[in-house]
Design a protein around this ligand. Structure first.
Ligand SMILES: [Mg+2]
Length: 444
């Protein structure tokens, strides 16, 4: 028996706004950040559970405080007990009768629950000696169903239906696992498309992406129609007719604006329009989907919980579902969302990039392929070639594909030096803040 002895938190920030990496129509100058935690035990095996919430700078201290507000649920608890029944552990955190008022099941507190849940999954996978995708893919359909809170879902998906889907996928698991190891899982890249990049840089990076083997790139749009038409044309000229180009408006538009704007971009061949409007506007997304068809509508990185995804699917509001490893309450809730997507026959193309999102979310797509939807067709995981060097087990993306990680854990562990260097505001990177502030102003 072992006990959780500490839940350490870190406010980690990277000064990415200096280079306009990550810039889009709503977020012109993000400092990519992580509200990070390590769950430590007295087991003596050296394993800690690592998890985080991705944020883009200011407010990361609020997210870190929210993680700390959950500490009492796990500190001093029996580790084996918590990890043996992750469905019960999820409910312990998500159903906290007082903290729930801050949501319910949305926003800062819900994301903090996700970080704690993901840290526990990281610990569970390390103890099992397996990467998370493989751990999940080896669980019985009954045990997987037990991870999900079906409250608010049963009008769209019952535990019995979920069980039937998972059982139907069970016989093909071994063959798909072999296929995954042999072929990898397709990725696409957003690296060329940040709004702050010049046309030359966009064209160069787009060509490089194709040369690297990617079959889809994504461009940020939504600030200026004239610029967007020129940038999409530039990208199309650079990649040729066969590479897919998705666009992402990061919630910039009202419903009619989205429909009108997309009519101007449609002639260049658009793979999907992502986050055209508010992530809470279910009916608005449905109207946009009708208005821009056959261009698919994609959303999910800001969809706050499984209940919103349920409504989006019921309303025909999205054709591409973008789970995010750090937006909802962790692995358990993302399994609920993967099951919903499978029930509705909608493809899942995860949101990634940020800090560690690629490392984390790949496990969910790989698990989905092996044990849930059973298909990779038209599915791909977002990739941004950025900040991976700060992780103990960075993603292996080459030839346009993600390659299944073999290291035990959930991929969420950052390097110890990174935690020291980028801690805000006391780490050496930020302690030199006067210099950074000057550089940042000059770059605008
Ligand atoms: Mg996006």
């Amino acid at each position: 028996m072992s006990v959780i002895t500490a839940v350490d938190t870190f406010d980690i920030r990277f000064p990415t706004s200096q280079d306009l990496d990550g810039s889009d129509a709503m977020n012109p100058d993000p400092d990519y950040s992580a509200a990070y935690l390590i769950i430590r035990t007295d087991a003596g095996d050296g394993h800690g559970g690592h998890g985080f919430v991705f944020t883009i700078g200011r407010g990361n201290e609020v997210e870190t405080a929210a993680i700390e507000a959950l500490r009492h649920h796990v500190l001093g608890r029996n580790v084996e007990e918590l990890l043996a029944d992750m469905g019960a552990t999820w409910k312990l955190l998500a159903h906290d009768s007082q903290l729930r008022w801050l949501g319910p099941e949305k926003g800062v507190i819900h994301m903090a629950i996700g970080a704690v849940v993901n840290a526990l999954w990281d610990l569970k996978a390390k103890r099992a000696g397996l990467p998370l995708w493989e751990l999940l893919s080896g669980m019985s359909p009954e045990d997987l169903v037990a991870l999900v809170d079906f409250r608010y879902l049963s009008d769209a998906l019952t535990p019995e239906e979920a069980l039937a889907m998972l059982r139907a996928a069970e016989p093909g698991r071994e063959a798909r696992k072999a296929a995954l190891l042999a072929e990898g899982y397709p990725g696409y890249t957003t690296t060329p498309g940040w709004l702050g990049y010049s046309d030359d840089k966009l064209a160069r990076l787009a060509k490089e992406a194709v040369a690297e083997g990617f079959t889809q790139i994504k461009l940020k749009v939504g600030a200026s129609l004239e610029d967007d038409i020129r940038r999409v044309r530039t990208a199309r000229d650079a990649v040729g007719p066969d590479v897919r180009i998705a666009v992402d408006a990061n919630q910039r538009w009202d419903v009619q604006d989205a429909i009108d704007w997309m009519a101007h971009l449609a002639p260049y061949g658009i793979a999907w329009i992502e986050e055209p409007t508010s992530p809470d506007d279910v009916l608005g997304h449905a109207a946009i989907a009708r208005g821009v068809a056959p261009i698919p509508v994609a959303t999910g990185e800001h969809v706050q919980n499984r209940v919103m995804f349920k409504q989006m699917l019921q309303a025909g509001a999205l054709q591409v579902l973008q789970i995010d490893a750090a937006r909802v309450a962790g692995v358990n809730e993302n399994i609920a969302i993967l099951l919903l997507a499978a029930k509705f026959g909608v493809r899942v193309c995860p949101h990634a990039g940020g800090v560690g999102l690629c490392e984390a979310v790949q496990h969910l797509s790989m698990f989905d392929f092996v044990a849930v939807s059973g298909t990779k067709e038209d599915r791909m995981i977002e990739f941004v070639d950025h900040l991976h060097e700060h992780f103990v087990t960075p993603v292996d993306v080459h030839g346009g594909s993600y390659w299944p990680p073999s290291a035990p854990g959930a991929g969420t562990e950052m390097l110890r030096e990174t935690l020291a260097d980028y801690s805000y505001p006391e780490g050496p990177v930020w302690a030199a803040g006067a210099v950074l502030e000057t550089t940042r102003k000059e770059s605008r």
